[in-house]
Design a protein around this ligand. Structure first.
Ligand code: ADP
Ligand code: ADP
Length: 234
């Protein structure tokens, strides 16, 4: 059975724009699934619905065989999902490690006197090591290059226990070398039991990194393909 199954998703925004018109989207456990399509195809809307940021007009979602409808990102995170946006939201004056541990509300977290800092450091170091997401945990977030900021964002969702990770155009801001390093980390993540949804519009990357690809066009899923090259390589 699929890990995630979105069926017949329709979304009409209040202004009348129809962003999804019957999208079927299914993700298997342990795969890197590319979601592709031109600007306006409905990719962001579909992912917002998955994360409970928008309510679908019609359609159903099942996750791990259970029917779900998340009421917001917190809900999605609780179920083991993590979203890495194109725009990074790090607290600039805190360290990498503090950003990872404190998540989206660092202001609240730094006030806590009861954190077990040694344990936190150990977990952060473990995550960095396990997935090859190289970054200095003690560096201030505003001093590191953009490729490393992205690693911090990925580490943030892993720290919160994400098993299904959604990456929104993750290579847009990366150099070719950083892109290769990201892909190595993604392979390492799926080897260790994670599942990845990879939003992109670069066909070459789709062929290079994904196991399957779903193509959206005009708010509909027009195809789901197996990208054979990746399978032969394994
Ligand atoms: P993609 O991520 O593939 O670029 P989107 O889901 O962002 O596609 O957009 C699909 C369509 O829905 C576009 O026509 C976009 O302008 C429209 N849209 C997105 N968000 C909203 C919104 N909040 N209100 C109205 N229309 C929207
Ligand atoms: P993305 O590339 O991630 O889809 P956009 O730049 O298209 O982001 O959209 C930025 C924000 O504006 C999103 O939250 C999207 O839902 C919203 N948006 C996009 N199109 C429209 C629209 N036509 N009307 C209202 N909001 C929109």
């Amino acid at each position: 059975p699929a890990l995630l199954e979105m069926k017949s998703i329709h979304k009409v925004y209040p202004n009348g724009t129809v962003a999804n018109r019957g999208v079927d989207f299914s993700v298997e456990e342990g795969e890197i699934h590319a979601l592709v399509g031109e600007n306006g195809a409905g990719k962001s809307t579909l992912m917002k619905i998955l994360f409970g940021l928008e309510a679908p007009t019609r359609g159903s979602i099942s996750f791990k065989g259970q029917s779900v409808s998340f009421q917001g990102p917190r809900d999605a995170i609780k179920h083991g999902m993590g979203m890495v946006h194109q725009h990074f939201m790090l607290a600039p004056s805190l360290t990498v490690s503090e950003n990872i541990v404190l998540g989206e509300e660092p202001a609240k977290g730094v006030l806590s006197l009861f954190r077990d800092r040694a344990k936190e450091q150990e977990r952060v170091a473990g995550l960095i090591r396990d997935y090859g997401l190289k970054v200095d945990p003690e560096a201030r977030a505003d001093t590191i290059p953009v490729g490393q900021k992205q690693r911090v964002e990925i580490l943030k969702v892993l720290y919160r226990g994400a098993k299904l990770i959604i990456l929104d155009e993750p290579t847009a801001v990366l150099t070719p070398q950083e892109t290769d390093e990201l892909f190595d980390s993604l392979k390492s993540l799926v080897r260790q039991g994670h599942t990845i949804i990879f939003i992109t519009h670069k066909l070459r990357e789709v062929m290079q990194i994904s196991h399957r690809v779903t193509v959206l066009r005009g708010g509909q899923s027009i195809a789901t393909l197996v990208t054979k090259e990746t399978h032969q390589e394994e």
